[in-house]
Design a protein. Structure first.
Length: 201
């Protein structure tokens, strides 16, 4: 696949990793307008009864800058602990949670000022969990997948995601829009082989 430009998002979904792992060169696009209510500051994980939303709080005055790279995180309260405890409660019984618990806990113990820095580090961490090198550059590119393309997963992509056993498969239907941590906790580093099964439609 040719060079591709993607918006770095918070603990991204499978689509982001499918595109980033299959391209020749990954370009992270950060010099673009910030968009509310998108994956820029949120992710989705499986809950026992429904899909749960993890939202990173943003400083109100920061939103007026409108540039993604300038958006500051609202760190007045410990949202990281809330996110981590939610992830822990949902996935602690998954097959591979204990293998990655320490690294994820360490990530959620670190404070970030800018949203883009946190998002890029979250991607770097997830690459390491599936034992893949994370190499990227910053610049504009004609192959950019804009935020509107990844904010509505089902309507915007043209790939067929094969089902795998998710942590709450016994009580909930398969959900394709979850953060990749779902796949990692359920399949471990073998989750990387999952991408070989994805086909374009």
């Amino acid at each position: 696949m040719p060079n591709i430009s993607l918006v770095p998002t918070y603990i991204p979904n499978i689509y982001f990793f499918y595109k980033s792992l299959s391209c020749d060169r990954l370009i992270l696009k950060v010099d673009l307008p910030y968009r509310k209510q998108t994956y820029m500051n949120r992710a989705y994980i499986a809950g026992p009864n429904s899909v749960l939303k993890l939202i990173i709080p943003i400083e109100a005055k920061s939103k007026s800058t409108k540039k993604y790279k300038d958006i500051r995180i609202y760190n007045i309260y410990n949202w990281q602990r809330t996110h981590w405890k939610t992830i822990e409660n949902c996935y602690k019984k998954s097959p591979f949670f204990e293998f990655y618990e320490e690294k994820l806990n360490r990530f959620y113990s670190k404070k970030y000022e800018f949203l883009v820095d946190l998002n890029i580090d979250s991607i770097r961490l997830l690459y390491s969990l599936i034992e893949q090198p994370f190499e990227f550059t910053f610049r504009d590119d004609q192959y950019c997948i804009h935020m509107s393309s990844i904010s509505n997963f089902k309507n915007s992509i043209h790939i067929q995601l094969p089902k795998y056993e998710q942590v709450f498969s016994d009580s909930n239907p398969f959900v394709s829009t979850l953060s990749i941590i779902e796949l990692i906790f359920c399949r471990g580093k073998d989750g990387f082989s999952y991408f070989d099964k994805i086909t374009s439609i």
